[in-house]
Design a protein around this ligand. Sequence first.
Ligand code: ASP
Ligand code: MG
Length: 817
Amino acid sequence: MKVEVSDAQIQTVAEQVQVHKFGGSSLADAYSYRRVARIVTEYAGASDLVVVSAAGDTTNRILAILDAKKSGDADGDYGVAEVLLKQLERYQQGLIKELLSGTHQQQLLTTSMVDFERWWDWLAGAEEIDNRAELLSYGELWSARLLAALLKQQGTLADAIDARSFLVADDAPEPFIRVAESRSGLLNRIAAHAGTRFVVTGFICADASGRSLILGRNGSDYSATLIGSLIDSKQVTIWKDVAGVYSADPRKVERVVNLPILDWREAEELARLGSPVLHPRTFQPVNRERMVIAVRSSLKVENQQTRIGLYEDAEPAGKVLTALSEVVLFRVDLRDAKLIQAFEDLELTPLISWNELQQQHAYYAYHQNHLDYMERWLASVDSKQSACKLTGYAMLALVGNRIQETDEYTLFKQQTSEQALRRLALTPDNSAVVAVLEQKLDDRLLNRIHSQLFNHRRSLGVLVVGRGNIGSAWLSLFHRLRERINEQMDVRIIGVLNSTQMWLDYNGLDIADWQDSFARLARPYEMSQLIPELPNAPYDELVMLDLTDATPVAQLYPSFFANGLHIISANKRAGASHESQYNEIRTIQQEYQREWYYNTTVGAGLPLNYALSDLRNSGDRIQSISGIFSGTMSWLFENFNADVKFSDLVREAKAQGLSEPDPREDLSCQDIIRKLLILAREIGLQLDWKDIDVDSLLPDYLADIPLDEFMQRLPELDNAMQDLYLDAQKNGQVPRLLASFAVQDNEKVRARVGIEYIPAGDMLANLIPGENIFVIYTDWYHEMPLVISGPGAGKEVTAGGIQSDLNQLLSRLADHR
Ligand code: ASP
Ligand code: MG
């Protein structure tokens, strides 16, 4: 019965009815049917159309049965086909039984049994069905019926529509839709039923005589936009098991970003270049001025959706990285004008094509899936001998309108040029750049390029102050580890400075040959002028590595913090500064919420910092720390005995670079006091220089003379040292320079640095010259101390310790995103 639909009704349908589409993987089992039913009731309007694919892999199963039947026809054995059909029947009827009950179940089971009866007859040869499309149509038919029944059972007004009842087309490789006829057929069916959700079969249509036709594999997206345009709907929502369209295929690439909007051209280009997101024909019927396609997740409805529409004017940006792991090239002799013309006229447009005039060749690149088609086509063309098929290629493409204007385009070019790039070209409308690679494409490469393009990773600029032993060792360590370090954040060295010269570049320094570059590029500078400039460096975070031993640098810490830099120090001067200055540094650091790490200032690379903070974080309390904190002192005393002159040892230590340039720094115990202060403060104690009881080895009268003179007068120390040694020896002891602090009962701290006599067999008396030792007593380690010992100096271990601090900073910053 045909009722005329009024213009007003048409108008209402156009305004009110939207289309939703669910694919097979969103309808794979009973659980997902229920989820889809819930989405349809909650997120679809009361009169919306729901287009469905066949459940799960039903279409593939049908195709497999068709194949098995065919081989049965050849060899008379239908065993495989029977098994497959049995499985399909069980799968389909299982869904019905799980989802429906009572009369709903009975009705649908009866229909299903009638259908399968027909299939079994067909398989047995009792019924002739020569039309594949008709058999394939069952998949979508069953699915639409099932979802409609489920909705009805849940009390929602719903009904199934077989698209073959209204969608009329003429048979062709891609059926040609008769729009007017189809439109009135659909409107006739739905216009009078506002308030009913119709579930329509995707994928299928029929010719004028009612014979089934299919719209091509994965054709349901196309069905949805087609049906949407027939009713002039404003929106078609494609529900997928991923949320919207991402910057790359989320099954292959980590940390993809969701795209809120995509212009028609971008979406179309994406589909054309083989991205699995949407079928290329989806866009064909769309009235671009009116319709929007929303791509949304059926698994996580709350996730951001992608809206595809008229967004041409949006800022150009590289949006999606898409890849094909297998691409075929056809090389055609340019002199064969006829064949060239045939390629140019071919309806299947190549991914890209180009000419190489030198060799008189044209190249056309196609998706591997189109190889069959291309070979058949080529076989039908006369002059095929001048075309040659080349395999072993892959494609990477970056899609986005006006791609050439984007930063991502530049990055893409750079990244692909590092591969076996065969050809890079823009597509004619400038909405994609395509790279044909003469190599395999793996996900790692895809991931790497993707993160270069899209992971707007946080960045850290590093300013290295001090380019002495430790600076050099750390720079080469950083250079070696840079790939690993860069996994967490984009970490770049923006400056290398010594006290007078700086080599600065906010883009990041290439430190491969940094000594050379420094010599060429470093310029004089003023630290106090540089610091206020640093916040202009285009990084999310900045850190200053103080690898000096300079008091003036330490004095600027408040200024570094206040200008937004974190600090990692190998320099002890700030941590051991006088209480008032130390408190100021800490106050400013807290106010600006900056990080300060200084693990190498005590014990160089030894994991003292980890041990102490771990104990404290776990509830232990440090009672005392004592030991030999100075490598220089350790070396001097481990080599000292009654037969050796102390002054000779000091000279040798200086010559070997084991002491400070001025050995009085060591002999006066300044260096040890600094470490003691830093350690004590680290565990929260208040301690200042004046609180430490110091027994210096340096007589006052030698303290202020010039270094040369001091070195000459060194033997003046020998007698006293000799006496010390012999004195200790009387009781089987040896002298050692120890540092210690202990928390007393009344929370007061007793701290001391000086010579102590140790039994000759004690571990403190038997270190390797240069070795540091820290003996830690805590509430838990009170009978037996925790002992950490090892080299307390050396550029390698110290550079490693600096890196350890940097790693800590990076994970800290990552936590604070
Ligand atoms: N069921 C059909 C296929 O698997 C159509 C679709 O899923 O879009 O190709
Ligand atoms: Mg350490």
